[in-house]
Ligand binder design. Structure first.
Ligand SMILES: NC(=O)C1=CN([C@@H]2O[C@H](COP(=O)(O)OP(=O)(O)OC[C@H]3O[C@@H](n4cnc5c(N)ncnc54)[C@H](OP(=O)(O)O)[C@@H]3O)[C@@H](O)[C@H]2O)C=CC1
Ligand SMILES: O=C(O)CCC(=O)C(=O)O
Length: 424
């Protein structure tokens, strides 16, 4: 039976968290009740059964989802997650956050998200290919270059995006349609800078927040939870601003060294051994301890619901920059705000990924290639403006950055709904 409440990150239901965040924003802007209801429900959630022949000849049936939350501002956009604990409510929450994220970034997309309940770490490449192609086939009728454009998320990357592009292109006309998906390998229409974009965008928001908080990046220390695509590039790029990474973790545990650890060395160690655990010269810590590390900047870059009412009071960082989606519960947000910890919320801090996905899509539609410098420069301009818009909104309403960014997003989405006459 499907477990619809829990998620990749445990027992707090992420969709309930997303609804509470929406409620709080709706209250602040006195949102019409009907519009509130429209935004509280994804427009469509597709559940698919995916029979796959495994390497040993057995047939296994996997379950996948695609949630399309809102398309008032443009096609649905958002990643695809492979994880054993994916749930429909998690995917619904992630799709709602994508709607807000694209609105905060002010790019012409709505929000969508997909997921498959599977453990990619226990599957061979050919099993993963068969599963991915089966999923692409199953969702092909609701995705498309102008309807819904997927991308990578946890435990997916360029390889899966390439298979989806290929399956979709073969199904829909038998010519290459790179603009149906982003986060592709460069050789088949991916954008320079997309791989690093989530971390790079986050580093730009950290730079802006540091100016506001008068943090000297040269003496700042960093703890990063999750050392995948988002976590590795985020920590590398804040290191380039002068900060020192003193703690890092992944699904197997964490490491701490007060004197600092070079991100490139951590990356090499993880590449070689499969984990940051055992990094030479560092002491082992748990993921819980990592969050409570005495540091300047905390970067949650793994899964949802890591900072909760239980541990928020123990966070020592001055700045929390959310690379992960949904790492902080609303109760924890209030505690952090009271304790004067500035949180750069997910829908702002990790918006670099989808922003460069947008650039990739534009390049694909125009059959153009942009230089990496152009991509990074545009990303910087875009996300810096989003940071400043959110910061100003937080001052205007006297609320934390999460509420401010949600208010900003909801206002933009509601404006689009009203202009298009979708409501009333
Ligand atoms: N990729 C992107 O473009 C974007 C990603 N995000 C968000 O960033 C977060 C990370 O995604 P991404 O980096 O792409 O995914 P990856 O699959 O590249 O990396 C996930 C990382 O999280 C670690 N992890 C998994 N479970 C735990 C756990 N319980 N405790 C600590 N670490 C854990 C994994 O460990 P291990 O290596 O051991 O498996 C891995 O290092 C997600 O919330 C995602 O939605 C947001 C915007 C864009
Ligand atoms: O690049 C994209 O389109 C979306 C990435 C994503 O899933 C996210 O931002 O959470």
């Amino acid at each position: 039976m499907l477990d619809t409440a829990k998620s990749s990150a445990g027992s707090i239901n992420p969709f309930e968290v997303a609804l509470k965040q929406l409620d709080e924003a709706a209250k602040l802007i006195k949102l019409d009740k009907g519009l509130h209801q429209v935004l509280a429900n994804p427009k469509r959630v597709l559940t698919v059964s995916l029979p796959v022949k495994m390497d040993n000849g057995e047939i296994r049936v996997f379950t996948g989802f695609r949630s399309q939350h809102n398309d008032a501002r443009g096609p649905y956009k958002g990643g695809i997650r492979y994880h054993p604990q994916v749930t429909v409510d998690e995917v619904k929450a992630l799709s709602m956050w994508m709607t807000w994220k694209c609105a905060v970034a002010d790019i012409p997309y709505g929000g969508g998200k997909g997921g498959i309940i599977c453990n990619p770490k226990e599957m061979s490449t050919s099993e993963l290919e068969r599963l991915t192609r089966r999923y692409a086939y199953a969702i092909a009728d609701i995705i498309g270059p102008h309807t819904d454009i997927p991308a990578p998320d946890v435990y997916t990357g360029g390889k899966e995006m390439a298979w989806i592009m290929d399956t979709y292109s073969a199904l829909k006309g038998n010519y290459v349609q790179p603009e149906v998906i982003t986060g592709k390998p460069i050789a088949i229409g991916g954008s320079l800078g997309r791989n690093e974009a989530t971390g790079r965008g986050l580093a730009f928001t950290v730079r802006e927040a540091a100016k506001k908080l008068k943090i000297n990046m040269k003496s700042a220390t960093v703890a990063v939870q999750g050392f995948g695509n988002a976590g590795q590039f985020a920590s590398q790029l804040v290191e380039e601003q002068g900060a020192t990474v003193i703690a890092a973790s992944d699904s197997k545990g964490g490491v701490y060294n007060k004197a600092g650890m070079k991100v490139e060395a951590l990356r090499k160690h993880k590449e070689k051994t499969g984990s940051v655990v055992g990094f030479p010269g560092a002491k082992s810590i748990s993921n819980e301890e990592l969050l409570e590390t005495d540091c300047t900047i905390l970067i949650p870059a793994a899964l949802e619901n890591q900072i909760t009412a239980k541990n928020a009071g123990k966070i020592k960082a001055k700045l929390v920059a959310e690379a992960a989606n949904g790492p902080t519960t609303p109760e924890a947000d209030d505690i952090l705000y009271k304790n004067k910890v500035l949180t750069i919320p997910d829908i702002l801090a990790n918006g670099g990924g989808v922003t460069v996905s947008y650039f990739e899509w534009l390049q694909n539609l125009r059959r153009e290639y942009w230089s990496e410098a152009e991509v990074n420069e545009r990303l910087d301009r875009n996300i810096t403006k989003s940071f400043l818009d959110t910061y100003t909104t937080s001052e205007k309403y006297g609320v934390n950055m999460r509420k401010a960014s949600t208010v900003l997003a909801v206002n933009r989405v509601v404006e689009a709904i009203q202009l298009r006459g979708l409501w009333p």
